[in-house]
Design a protein around this ligand. Structure first.
Ligand code: AMP
Ligand code: MG
Length: 484
């Protein structure tokens, strides 16, 4: 592979050089062949499942790879943890793909590092499969996300509440720089490392900021905000609940990262939360925009000493930028929701329509994905229109009236709606069913079948209908776990 390891060229305060711990009996479980092609995995490796299993379990190290575990800190559920870091992950290096884009290749579940604390450095098969399927689904839905190249079973058990089959998952990401990476150095007052990290991040993710000789920290914060807003708006579009929006799980690249306790919202309710450890609902579906703002505030705090030696002066510059986030989010969110409703140009008054429709969904306990799919279909289908009419009542009339003001061709409106309203999402009960089957049979058949449908979330394939049904119990009592 075409390795080019820029992070490992940074000062050693950013990472520990450490190799993965070999596993007993690596077997390739899931392989992402289209991503492999993009990454230009050499043919002789790509067609040799034994070699792939050896490589993507960490048993053999490819030429050019320089494994490291990166260091970071982070706010977890609002409390600062000064030392986190890759406790069960190894960054093998960076690879340049066929489009000249740079990707981190990281193994997760590949053994202990100095950052493991009490953890075993391992990952169970279930969470690995979950990350593979969820991230592929998000990618196909059009949501910025890290991806998975492989899941390899290890032949070793991992011990959680019970003994589970172990696995190593290969994550491919634009980078693994997190808000928590900045927090690590800010907490230690290491301004030199902070500056270097800013420069590195700007070069890698925001090169448009590079022209000025001096690093422009406030514009940098603004760019990070823009990307986080885009990301969370997309989560809200498809009903994604991240579940653990800690600052160590906020990537500076603006990609969704860490698929631990994530879930999809079925019935529309902003208070939906599934994570077993999120007892206060901090990371509930509807709280995500507010948490975005909270997380960015933590990021901006890290940069204060670089912006101005006088902390008050720095706050004067950054405060208004942070305060504007909720307004900026709301604007993008409304435009997106407008598109879900087929509105080509959002007008201020459309806010009322959007809010009424969403309130109606909540009051009637309607499924988010099903309703927007039916609304899309209702433009061409009498059956869908009459079902929506009876479920949404006056909201449906208001919506139709608003659409008629656009004087647009129905096909065009439907096209716009379809781009924003998937026909299928990775529903929680299907994910669980697939994971269970993988664990019990040791085979990936159902996962591959599910993936095929999820890779075309805006089209109805022959098997799509098998995965569209909302859970019969409305996901009551459904819980997700961090997978640690
Ligand atoms: P996460 O919940 O995956 O965001 O992980 C939070 C922190 O716990 C990170 O520093 C992880 O590396 C660490 N961690 C999670 N699971 C394990 C494990 N099984 N062994 C070692 N470290 C872990
Ligand atoms: Mg994490």
């Amino acid at each position: 592979m075409n390795f080019s390891n820029s992070y490992a060229r940074l000062d050693e305060v950013f990472y520990e050089r450490i190799r993965p711990t070999p596993v007993q009996d690596p077997q390739l479980f899931l392989w992402n062949s289209s991503l492999a092609e993009q990454l230009m995995i050499p043919n002789e490796l790509n067609h040799d499942s034994v070699a792939l299993a050896q490589t993507f379990s960490g048993n053999s190290i490819l030429p050019g790879s320089e494994p490291i575990a990166t260091v970071y800190a982070g706010h977890q559920f609002g409390s600062f943890v000064p030392q986190l870091g890759d406790g069960r992950a190894h960054l093998l290096g960076e690879v340049i793909d066929q489009f000249g884009q740079r990707w981190d290749i990281q193994l997760k579940g590949s053994g202990r590092t100095s950052f493991s604390r009490a953890g075993d450095g391992r990952c169970a098969l279930g969470p690995a499969v979950r990350e593979f399927i969820m991230s592929e689904a998000m990618k196909a839905l059009g949501v910025p996300t890290t991806r998975c190249l492989a899941v390899v079973t290890t032949g070793e058990p991992v011990f959680r509440e019970t003994s589970l089959p172990g696995a190593v998952v290969t994550r491919v990401a634009s980078s693994h720089i997190r808000i928590g990476t900045f927090e690590f150095f800010a907490a230690r007052g290491d301004h030199q490392a902070l500056k270097a990290l800013c420069q590195y991040t700007i070069e890698r993710h925001y090169p448009e900021l590079q022209e000025e000789g001096d690093t422009q920290y406030v514009p940098f914060i603004n760019k990070v905000i823009e990307r986080q807003i885009q990301l969370v708006v997309e989560w809200m579009r498809v009903g994604f609940i991240h579940g653990v929006m800690n600052t160590d799980n906020t990537s500076l690249s603006g990609e969704t990262i860490d698929y631990g306790p994530c879930a999809m919202m079925g019935i529309y309710d902003p208070q939906t939360v599934y994570s077993s450890i999120d007892t206060t609902g901090r990371y509930a579906f509807g709280n995500q925009p507010e948490i975005l703002q909270w997380n960015i505030a933590r990021f901006a705090e890290c940069l204060l000493p670089l912006i101005n030696a006088d902390r008050n002066k720095a706050i004067d510059q950054v405060g208004p930028v942070i305060a504007k986030i909720s307004e900026g989010f709301e604007k993008e969110y409304m435009v997106m929701m407008g598109k879900k409703l087929g509105l080509m140009f959002f007008k201020q008054k459309d806010r009322n329509l959007i809010v009424s429709v969403l309130n109606r969904l909540k009051d009637k306990s309607l499924d988010y994905t099903v309703t927007f799919d039916l609304l899309t279909k209702s433009l061409m289908s009498e059956t869908a229109a009459s079902q929506m009419n009876s479920e949404l009542e006056e909201c449906f009339d208001l919506w139709q009236k608003r659409l008629s003001e656009q004087h647009a061709v129905a096909q065009d409106v439907q096209g716009l709606m379809r781009q924003h309203n998937p026909v299928v999402i990775p529903r929680n009960h299907h994910i669980e069913e697939v994971i269970q089957e993988c664990e019990q049979t040791g085979k990936a058949t159902l996962a591959e079948r599910f993936l095929q449908v999820l890779r075309s979330p805006y089209a109805e394939l022959a098997q799509t209908s098998e995965y569209q049904d909302p859970p019969s119990d409305g996901d009551k009592g459904y819980h997700t776990f961090c997978g640690t």
